[in-house]
Unconditional design. Structure first.
Length: 409
């Protein structure tokens, strides 16, 4: 009597909110390194769970392409499919560009970000962090995610991209509305797009020492639409994962005995916690995606031409073949997949910008509120119910009220 094939797993629901690591272990047990999954509307896809297999997929753009036009399911995707913002068709951004054109666009982005002065970047992050904490420090309690982590990254990014400080709060609201996907999502998207085109128009007339001006000045022949789309992708990709990196790292430091010394001093522990999060609790959990350019085999599975392949970054980071003891500290090992891999990985300068913002945000918070502590049981902390990005809905904390710094400067 043969054992029936396990059913495809729905990529959504409460398991991704409560314990995705255990879910990935079950999927690996039942399906192996590549698991069949279904998305909203019973749309089929493959989720790569294995570290070696994910390395193979991301290293072979000829076989596993970023071109979403290849998808063999487009004829059954309705116009109001909720995942269209995540898996778009004919999008003009760098996300879906392939080949030499992608390499040229990636070079433009990298060169623009490499020109950001690291001391200025850290200074902006410290200033905005202090400003946000000034509004919290006298209360004695707050939600670190909603009142701090979700506000800081975009304020800094807006500043280095060329927006004025006065525009920052409005951009933060628009971006968070768009990410939350509720009634304000479309209005937030419009505000972000209109603001970006207005910024580029202003910088075309009066360039500055900012990322937008540097991208406009590049002579690679990109259109205004391409530059605007890439800047919006950079802002979205740089904001939410960095906010979750801050929130997830602080959660680890406040709830995990391995980091008990972190809050009593020892700044090296902040970096260790941040690195551990990228292994154990990475903000970007799964990525859509890649599409097969021909029929192929992967980890014993037969994939048809045009199949959607999802990158299981969190699952691959927890692959027992590379992390036999998941409870042991990684000791600075950065061979995780949290920033992707291959030619479509997050550009190195963008990673450095995110790390400066996240680390500065955490360090300023701990300096200003040194006795910060969790306000309730760790078991009551909840996650956003998303299979894509992993972050807390809230991180309530308490601390001794302190005076704001603004009045003493």
């Amino acid at each position: 009597m043969t054992t029936p094939e396990p059913q495809p797993v729905y990529l959504g629901g409460p398991r991704f909110q409560s314990d995705p690591a255990e879910l990935y272990r079950e999927m690996r047990r039942d399906h192996g390194a590549v698991a069949p999954v279904v998305l909203d509307g019973d749309v089929p896809a493959w989720l790569v769970l294995g570290y070696r297999e994910l390395h193979q997929v991301t290293s072979d753009p000829q076989l596993f392409s970023r071109d979403s036009d290849l998808w063999n399911q487009w004829d059954r995707i309705p116009a109001d499919w909720p995942l269209l913002p995540m898996i778009g068709r004919k999008q003009p951004s760098i996300l879906y560009t392939t080949g030499e054109r992608h390499r040229e666009r990636a070079a433009v982005i990298s060169e623009a970000l490499e020109s950001v002065d690291p001391f200025e970047l850290k200074g902006h992050a410290e200033r905005f962090a202090d400003e946000l904490i000034d509004g919290l420090c006298g209360k004695g309690s707050c939600d670190i995610v909603g009142e701090y982590a979700m506000l800081l990254p975009l304020r800094v990014l807006a500043r280095i991209y060329g927006f004025s400080d006065e525009q920052g709060p409005g951009l933060v609201t628009a971006m968070n509305d768009m990410i939350n996907g509720r009634e304000g999502a479309l209005a937030g998207q419009r505000h972000l797009g209109e603001s970006m085109y207005a910024l580029l128009a202003a910088k075309a007339q009066a360039p500055g020492r900012d990322v937008a001006s540097r991208m406009l000045a590049n002579t690679a022949g990109f259109t205004l639409d391409e530059v605007a789309q890439d800047l919006m992708v950079m802002m979205a990709a740089g904001h939410q994962p960095t906010a979750d990196w801050i929130g997830n790292s602080l959660r680890l430091m406040l709830t995990d005995d391995r980091f008990a010394a972190s809050l009593a001093g020892g700044r090296h522990s902040v970096g260790e916690a941040m690195n551990e999060v990228l292994w154990e609790d990475t903000p970007t959990q799964n990525v859509a995606g890649r599409w097969t350019t021909r029929d192929t085999k992967l980890a014993g599975r037969t994939l048809a031409r045009g199949d959607l392949v999802l990158l299981g970054l969190a699952a691959a980071n927890g692959d027992p073949h590379v992390r036999a003891d998941a409870g042991a500290l990684t000791g600075g090992n950065n061979a995780f997949f949290s920033f992707g891999h291959g030619e479509h990985r997050c550009p190195f300068p963008a990673q450095e910008v995110a790390e400066v913002i996240a680390r500065t945000g955490i360090e300023v918070l701990l300096d200003r509120l040194p006795d910060v502590d969790l306000a309730g049981p760790a078991a009551e902390l909840t996650r956003r119910p998303s299979p894509w990005l992993r972050g807390l809905t809230a991180l309530p904390v308490t601390y001794t009220p302190t005076p704001a710094l603004g009045a003493h400067r």
